[in-house]
Every structure is written in structure tokens, then in C-alpha cells.
Design a protein around this ligand. Structure first.
Ligand SMILES: Nc1ncnc2c1ncn2[C@@H]1O[C@H](COP(=O)(O)OP(=O)(O)OP(=O)(O)O)[C@@H](O)[C@H]1O
Length: 574
């Protein structure tokens, strides 16, 4: 639960920060919406004291007309705030839908469970709708409460300082206690949901096997299993009910107590207090503060908890969606900018929950512009490491950062991951090469990539950059060269090659790697030839749970496994 809570909170927070102008507009419009909260009590007080009680009913009515005008301004503000909130939540929904579909398809291609995963798409897109609605509601209730509270504070203070203290003390204390209890409520809600699901499942199992249970005479243990699940459900529901009772207390304290205190103060308090002031303070509490607190408590308690539980379920077990996935690059940088630093901090990874770790507590720092070769015996986890570094797999434990930021905060075009099977689609060579570029790719950049990867012959054959490629008529090596040229032309500051040159002959491979090295940027290569390892600045040898790094010469001296691998590569080469 706490992981889901943290992931959801972090994701939502980074989403809100992604577009500060939209957030500012929401706040601006909410300010307009809550103008009545600021002025209503004051206008009522003026209407009573300087109008109706002062023998000037027309003046009183005019103040009430001003109050109606305030309400109209508030309604206009509510309309604007709603539209601005939509500008935040609609792209969030799009990003989450894209993420859930991509994650399901990715799992389907990895796990051979495509049927289950496609049903997962439908389930998760429904969850995305819940998240969209809940985020909208939360933005509305929290910002509305903040502005209303501030407006009522200012308004009441202009009427009477003592009354203001009577109102705010109970509201602040009870709302703070409530907010602090929310995490517990979320946990209890999840526990109750899991317990009732389990009870339903066990009851279903028992119902379908009643005949066998009776035949084997195992009624007693079967009953005990069901009873244990029922008790757990009851305990979880009881806890949830107790925590929800806190909400009733909060609503009572923050909604009704100020009203009672104001009435007591009016009766026994300062004798000089006018009837208009009392009515004004009551208007602030009853018309503005109470509804805002009620909406906040309901919003946080029900919608907020549902949001965190649902978003946690969407994000669990996969890479968090890139916050700016649907939007433009953060700063429009198209250069490699000298390469990115990549850090793995105590990373572990297992393919199945509870399964054996493929990577165990692995820490590594790749410096900007470094060329790292990863080597090790087959099945040791080199491809897994490459996928974790690229962000296509999420560590089970630990963190991966790029330039100090979590991978999910890095625009996807900043890193390129090339697996063994090169992806080439039917389309022009230009389209294939520009695939990782944002928007229009520079002609010079594409031409350079063609030249560096030795693709000019292929380009001439098909009629230049605008010639159409048929992937079925390309050799595996040509497909790999196209993928490498695409990486060369891309703005990625980190290139990860997972045996992406395995179909090239050694000389072409060496040229391609050298071209990528000269291009700038950080280069991580899962190497399968000595030339690859020797050309790298640093070699990382994966040997079971042990990981060592050093130069080619250092590794030859220090790692028997590396010496074996080099020996094998030499033998393969002759
Ligand atoms: N999708 C997957 N699901 C479950 N296990 C997997 C999956 N992919 C890889 N593995 C397992 O993880 C371990 C590491 O595999 P990985 O492909 O990362 O090793 P490698 O060092 O790259 O091997 P090779 O050099 O043969 O490509 C292996 O035991 C492999 O069987």
C-alpha cells in the first residue's frame, strides 16, 4: 500500500508541476469563484446594520443586490475553474490510457498471456476514468477549500477578531487531524476490499466443491477456512467503520461547532456586537465554510482514497508513465548535450513476483559520455540490465536515475534502446531514420547518419532518403544498420545497444560502434565480441551476483570469467 501511495503521490505531483501555467489558471479562476466567500458575510452585515436596522431598507436591498452580483461572479469563476481543471486532467487521462495499453501490450509480447492482457486493457482504461474523475474532483475541492478558508478568514476578521478565532480554531484542528488520518483510512479500505474479495473467492470455491467436501468428510476444515476469511472481512470492515467515524466527528467539529460558538459569543460575548455582525459571521460559516469543509472531507475521504488505491493499481508492477509523454520535449534540446549520467542504486529485478532475482542489489554509475561494455555468460542478465537501464523494465527494488532524475521524469526521446531485433517498418528511409526525432528531422543529421553507418549503397538502391523500404527485402544486418543510424540521428543522450550489432560482420560492427561513440552521448553496449569490449572506456563483467567494472586490461588481470570470455571470443574469431 505504501509503495502504491508513494508512487501515486509522486506521479500526481510531477504531473501538476509539469504544467504550472494550467495550475496557476485553476487557482486564478478558483479565486474568482470564491469571491462570495470573501464578501458574503460582510455584505449581509452592511445590509442589516446600515440598511434594514437603520431604517433604510433601500440601502439594505442594495447591499443584497451586491451580494447577488457576487454570486454571479462566483458562478462565472466556477465555469472558468472547471475548464482549466479539464486542461490538466484530460491530458493526464490520455497519458494513462496510452501507458496502460502500452504496458499491457508489452507484457503480452513478453509473457505470452496476450488474452489476459487485452482484458486488462479494458479493466485498466476503466480505472483510468476513475482516476481522471477523482483528480478533477480533488483539484476542485482542495483549491476551493483553500480559497474559501482564506476568504472567510479575511471577511470575518474585518467583522470581528474574536469571532474569527472561534471559527478557525476548531476548523484547523479537526481538518488537520482528518488529513493525518487519511493514510490509515486508505490502508483500511484496501484491506477491507482484499478481505471481501478473498471471502467471495473462498465461498465460491466451497460452493463448487460441496459434493467433494461432503464425500471426503472435510466439512469442518472447509468451514474453518471460510470462517477465518469471514472474520478477517469483519475485522477490516470494523476498522474502516471506526476510521470513518472520525469523518463524522470532523464534520461535526468543523461544521457545527463554529456555529454554536458564534451563537454563544453573540449571546454572552461582547455586548457591543451588532446584529449585522452576528448575521454576517453566521453567513460566512453556514454559507461558505461549512459546505467547503464538507466537500473537502468527502472529497479526500472517498474520492482521494479511491484515487490513490486505483492509481497505485494502474502504476504497480510497471514503469511509471513518462509525465510528459504526450507533450513536447521539456526544452526542445535536440543535441546529445555531452551524454547523460546513469545511476543504478541497489537495483534488484525479478520477472515474476516472488521469483528469483535476475539482478540483485546492483549499483552502478555511468558517467556522462562514457562508453560502457556489459559482458557476461549467456542468461546472466545482460539484456535484463539493459532493459532496466532503458526503463522498459522497472526494478523490483532500488532506483534508476538519469542525470539525477527518475527515468519516468525524463522525456522518452532522451534515451534510445536498441534490442537485437531491429525495428524497421514499411515507409521511406527518411521516416525510418527520423523515427526517434521530435517533429521534423534535420536533413543534415539524417544524411550524416546514413554516411556513418555505411547505408549510402542501400540509400542509392532505393532512390535516396525518400525511397521506400520493404523490411522483408532487407537482410538482418541492413535492418540493424538502419536502427543504428536511427539512434545516431536521434537526440538521445543515452544509447543502449543490446546485441544490436550481432548480425554485422566484425569490421562493420566496429565502424558502427565507433560512429556512435564519436557522435557523443553515453553509450552502453551489451558486447558479444572482444572488439566491442576493447573499444569501451570501461567493461562491466556480470558474474552471478558479482559485478565488476574496470578497463579491458584491468578486467583481464582481475576477472577469470572475463579471461574465459575473451578466450572464447578469440576462438570464435579464428
Ligand atoms: N521475459 C522473461 N520472463 C521470465 N524470465 C526471463 C525473461 N527474459 C529473460 N528471463 C530470464 O532472465 C535471466 C536473464 O536473462 P537475460 O536475457 O537478461 O540474460 P542475458 O545475459 O542477456 O542472456 P543472453 O546473453 O543469452 O542474451 C535468464 O534466466 C532468462 O531465462
Amino acid at each position: 500500500m505504501s509503495a502504491a501511495w508513494t508512487v501515486s503521490r509522486r506521479y500526481l505531483w510531477s504531473w501538476l508541476r509539469r504544467s504550472p501555467s494550467d495550475a496557476a489558471r485553476v487557482l486564478l479562476w478558483t479565486g474568482v469563484e470564491t469571491v462570495p466567500a470573501l464578501l458574503s458575510g460582510r455584505l449581509v452585515a452592511l445590509s442589516v446594520d446600515t440598511g434594514f436596522l437603520d431604517g433604510a431598507p433601500v440601502v439594505g436591498v442594495l447591499w443584497l443586490v451586491a451580494l447577488a452580483a457576487c454570486a454571479a461572479v462566483g458562478a462565472y469563476g466556477a465555469r472558468g475553474a472547471l475548464a482549466r481543471t479539464a486542461a490538466i486532467v484530460e491530458p493526464l487521462r490520455d497519458a494513462l490510457v496510452a501507458y496502460t495499453v502500452a504496458a499491457s501490450l508489452r507484457r503480452a509480447t513478453h509473457d505470452d498471456h496476450w488474452r489476459q492482457d487485452l482484458s486488462g486493457v479494458a479493466r485498466m482504461t476503466r480505472q483510468v476514468e476513475i482516476v481522471r474523475e477523482a483528480v478533477g474532483t480533488l483539484i476542485t475541492v482542495v483549491s476551493r477549500f483553500a480559497f474559501t478558508f482564506a476568504g472567510v478568514c479575511i471577511g470575518t476578521l474585518t467583522l470581528d477578531g474574536a469571532a474569527a478565532a472561534l471559527i478557525f480554531a476548531p476548523v484547523i484542528v479537526s481538518v488537520a487531524c482528518y488529513v493525518l488520518s487519511l493514510r490509515k483510512v486508505a490502508r483500511a479500505q484496501l484491506r477491507a476490499a482484499v478481505a471481501s474479495e478473498e471471502l467471495a473467492q473462498k465461498a465460491g470455491e466451497l460452493a463448487s466443491s460441496l459434493r467433494d467436501v461432503t464425500a471426503c468428510g472435510t466439512e469442518e476444515p472447509a468451514f474453518r477456512r471460510l470462517e477465518a476469511a469471514a472474520r478477517e472481512t469483519a475485522r477490516a470492515e470494523e476498522l474502516l467503520a471506526r476510521l470513518n467515524a472520525v469523518r463524522t466527528v470532523v464534520l461535526g467539529l468543523s461544521g457545527w461547532l463554529p456555529l454554536v460558538l458564534v451563537l454563544v459569543w453573540a449571546r454572552w460575548g461582547d455586548a457591543g456586537t451588532s446584529a449585522g455582525t452576528v448575521l454576517g459571521v453566521l453567513t460566512y460559516v453556514a454559507q461558505s465554510l461549512r459546505p467547503a469543509v464538507q466537500a473537502l472531507v468527502q472529497g479526500l475521504g472517498t474520492t482521494g482514497v479511491r484515487l490513490f488505491v486505483t492509481l497505485g493499481r494502474i502504476l504497480e508492477g510497471g514503469e511509471e508513465p513518462a509525465v510528459d509523454a504526450p507533450g513536447p520535449a521539456v526544452d526542445g534540446d535536440t543535441g546529445t548535450g555531452g551524454g547523460a549520467a546513469v545511476t543504478l542504486d541497489h537495483v534488484s529485478f525479478a520477472y515474476a513476483a516472488g521469483g528469483n532475482d535476475v539482478l540483485t542489489d546492483l549499483s552502478l554509475h555511468v558517467t556522462p559520455g562514457e562508453h560502457l561494455a556489459v559482458v557476461g555468460p549467456s542468461g546472466i542478465g545482460k539484456s535484463t540490465l539493459a532493459a532496466v537501464m532503458a526503463g522498459t523494465r522497472t526494478p523490483t527494488r532500488g532506483h534508476v536515475t538519469m542525470d539525477g532524475a527518475p527515468l519516468r521524469d525524463i522525456p522518452p526521446e532522451r534515451r534510445a534502446y536498441l534490442p537485437q531485433e531491429a525495428y524497421v517498418f514499411t515507409g521511406t528511409l527518411r521516416e525510418n531514420l527520423a523515427y526517434l526525432c521530435q517533429g521534423e528531422a534535420e536533413e543534415g543529421r539524417l544524411a550524416e547518419a546514413v554516411e556513418k553507418m555505411g547505408l549510402h549503397e542501400l540509400a542509392d538502391r532505393i532512390g535516396g532518403l525518400d525511397g521506400v523500404l520493404d523490411p522483408d527485402r532487407l537482410s538482418s544486418g541492413e535492418r540493424q544498420l538502419i536502427a543504428l543510424a536511427r539512434a545516431h540521428a536521434s537526440p538521445a543522450r543515452l544509447l543502449i545497444l543490446d546485441e544490436a550489432t550481432c548480425h554485422l560482420d566484425p569490421a562493420t560492427e566496429a565502424c558502427a560502434e565507433e560512429a556512435l561513440r564519436r557522435r557523443g552521448g553515453t553509450l552502453v553496449v551489451v558486447a558479444h565480441r572482444i572488439s566491442s569490449a576493447r573499444a569501451a572506456d570501461r567493461v562491466m563483467v556480470m558474474d552471478g551476483s558479482q559485478v565488476r567494472t574496470g578497463t579491458h586490461a584491468e578486467m583481464l588481470a582481475a576477472s577469470p570469467l572475463y579471461r574465459d570470455l575473451v578466450g572464447l571470443w578469440h576462438a570464435d574469431a579464428v
